[in-house]
Design a binder for this molecule. Sequence first.
Ligand code: URA
Length: 261
Amino acid sequence: MVPDTERALLLQQLKNYLVFLRESGHTHAPLNSELSELPVIATPSGTFHDSSPQPLESQMTPNSPFPESGDNRDLSAGLTDVREELGDCQRCKLCEARQTIVFGSGNPNADLVFVGEGPGADEDAQGLPFVGRAGKKLTEIIEKGMLLDRGKDTYICNIVKCRPPGNRDPEKDEVEACKPFLIKQLKAIRPKVIVALGKPAASTLLGRTVPITKERGTWHEFEGMKLMLTYHPAYLLRAYTKENRQAVYDDMQKVLEVLKA
Ligand code: URA
């Protein structure tokens, strides 16, 4: 008999692996016979078999309505490598209560990346960012406000990849432990525009405490990429005023102008 604790750990690793496959564009899990032929990926806490001989990027069809930027993105240093390096992360205490690592989702070649704060209960359960109430609001902003396709035109991730218990704010050490992976993610995608959703994302990317009410709607720079600051969709839901909705709409129109330039 496998002890309960070991069983729980194995189940969590299996779940993370299945989410990883789904993020990589797989629609089925490989059979045993297929697994034996596949390369083995070592992770900090065990061994995963990768069913994907193709890099993640090659499985996605870039389908952007925006003109090609003509830049030379290094697709070999792609998101798959960053996800593999993250492994079954135990680098901070958030690993203790999480169900699933929420790495990010969307088009790894997107021109537009949204960065939120951290997974909530729905995201933790599904392994995908922004799938709860705030996620629905974000999808509405993207699809109705910007007339873009969330899955094809954007990539979405968070400053921390594991749910802070009780949806508390991520603590400094947790943000610091996760930040290298956020930076690598953003560098792997190298979008034309990054949008920081809310104060924690803005402050993490800019390395200072950002007064979001004062600075939303302003352009900044992150590692050579344009960075726009706006309100978090959860804040919009809490303070659902015409003024706040208009502010986010205006910020997103500024983003569209740059994307279309
Ligand atoms: N809020 C966030 O900041 N990120 C999510 O993924 C969901 C809600």
